[in-house]
Design a binder for this molecule. Sequence first.
Ligand code: 3H9
Length: 690
Amino acid sequence: MSDFVSVASDGDVAVVTIDNPPVNAMSFHVREPLHQALAALRDDPSVAAIVIACAGRTFVAGADITEFGKPVQQPELRAVIAVLEAIAKPTVAAIHGTALGGGLELALGCHFRVADSKAKLGLPEVKLGLLPGGGGTARLPRLVGAEKALGMIVSGAPIGAAEALEAGLVDAMFDGDLLAQTVRFASELVVKGGPFLPVRNRNDRLGKADLAAFDRQAAELAKKARGLEAPIACAVAVRNAVTLPFDETLAAERELFLNLVAGDQSRAQRHLFFAEREAAKGPAKDLSRRKIARVGVIGAGTMGGGIAMAFANGGFPVTLLETSEEALQRGLATIDKNYAVSVARGSLAEDAKRERLGLFKGSTDYADLADCDLIVEAVFEEMAVKQEVFGRLDAVAKPGAILATNTSYLDVNAIAASTSRAQDVVGLHFFSPANVMKLLEIVRAERTAPDALATVVELARGIGKVPVVVGVCHGFVGNRMLAARGAESEALLLEGATPSQVDRVFTEFGWPMGPFQMGDLAGLDIGWRNRKARGLTAVIADALCEQGRFGQKTGSGFYRYENGSRTPVPDAEVEALIRAKAAEKGTTPRAIGADEIIERTLYPLVNEGAKILEEGIAARASDIDVVWVNGYGFPVGKGGPMFWAGLEGAGKIVERLEYWHQHTDRPIFQPATLLRRFAETGSWEAAARP
Ligand code: 3H9
């Protein structure tokens, strides 16, 4: 019929197969022949039942995201589903892999759904700043109930086949030959006879909806949305399914979808979807990969323990090395405790915990690292210490083993130079807690071998991380830009802003917290020690540390934390300290507006990103966005700092940076050449072209 949709017969059951690799997205070239095939099968008297299945690794994983933002080519998905749903003969979706978004919506257009036991089903549109636009919000609640549907649609998280069976979303679950069993299932339906109710006419669990409970659940979810429009729209649409007739629910869903798909938030989130995949490709595909069977981690402190857990969670046996038996046992006990917390929360089964703990081998002897294929060092952040560790690794590691440093700032070339095998050395900058945070900055040093780099990029994806390859500079992409963002914090306070005012501007922007709350959370003593080592000062943060105010862990920092609570309370003492320091400097406080706070913190962030691009430390602007969204909480609805620069207006950013540069003469405000070119060309790619 077409390269993408074919029809075969098995007795009187017609099997329609969609074949659009890699994920069978519902592109125009699928919709058109599918629409025709369904209309023909509807009218074909020799066909008694229809099965919709997919070739390759998955059922339809959604609409084709690349088509969003362009004129819709007819027939659109809803039209295909409308034809399907109006067929009187029994229709069955055979689901394997992932039935996501428009894929699940297509399946909801069938009378029945059967699934392979390993299949996953979900409506993840919210993660793209959307709501399901193919009738998902109208049909899913009819099968699983409004509350369950709300949870699935607002979280975007898929559920497994067993849960889907229990919830009423699928009608049967199979192991083994899915297609053969689905055809048998369809034949039995033919024998049993109809009429077969389309989902739109079913009311299995919808009738029982408790609107008050629903509204409470929706209000909770809305609170967590932090300025994102899509989760709210999802809740509105699912509520419509309870209160409005089907066709009105569908029409309202369409309207909400069209609004969101044209908006900046969804554009930003779609940008991030492709940016993450682009970043995770790493170097050329045709490079060979080194075999990684066992991983060594040096240092069982917070960072080392978290890194070791990240690998164990990905199924790798880990040798964990410490300098003393006592430190090793302490580290292993923390790991055990962390897993126990997951078990208590219900996110990890007791068996799985045992299995993971079984992957750890503790040691205090470097010689035990000899069978590791990758060794990650997470020792004290000091060049001499790191170099000593790498010198010792050089003596014990097997030939070809990849040697990685978890440094967050130091020169990886200098670390590599302390070995005789710089080609095997990379940076693996995990973020804390390393077993939770998704971002992994992979630092390519001058002499890192391409196959070593390709190996760690692939490995990172394999353990569920979001990898981004970066070059060597102080702080790499993330921490270097963070320093530029924080550079004006103290100045803003001395000139009249308060910590809570600055932090509020950040949370209103969409960050989970502002810079002062973040400092209190991370511990102010870390930056203090760092500054002292580098001969630097920060008037207010230093004064707080001198008073023993290290942040949450001491119950006070930029804020007070009462009785062990994590809630920051503005502290009059801190404000008095700020005013006193300002007076010492002869600064008269003035009112500082939200715009100024943004201009002096986020514009330098973008500017530093442009410098990083200019220097080739990051390969693309979108890589920088991936770093900031996954590692530092930049709001997803704004797409990362480099994408946001386009929304904010690069011309305006340049102009305001120039203004602040003139007023302060500080280099962070000197606009990067690439930023100026971005302002002229409107695209980072065009700006980077010679
Ligand atoms: C939707 O359905 C809206 C409807 O409600 C309404 C419509 C009117 N489109 O992730 P991978 C590409 S919204 C286009 O590396 P995995 C991806 O870019 C959609 N392309 O594989 C990559 O390309 P490349 C709702 C897509 O095995 C390649 O496929 N659905 C799409 O790790 C491989 O992807 C979703 O949001 C797409 N829908 O994971 C599901 N999906 O190789 C989005 C993937 O050139 N997809 N590509 O870089 C996923 O979550 C994962 O891709 C999946 C496979 C779990 C399926």
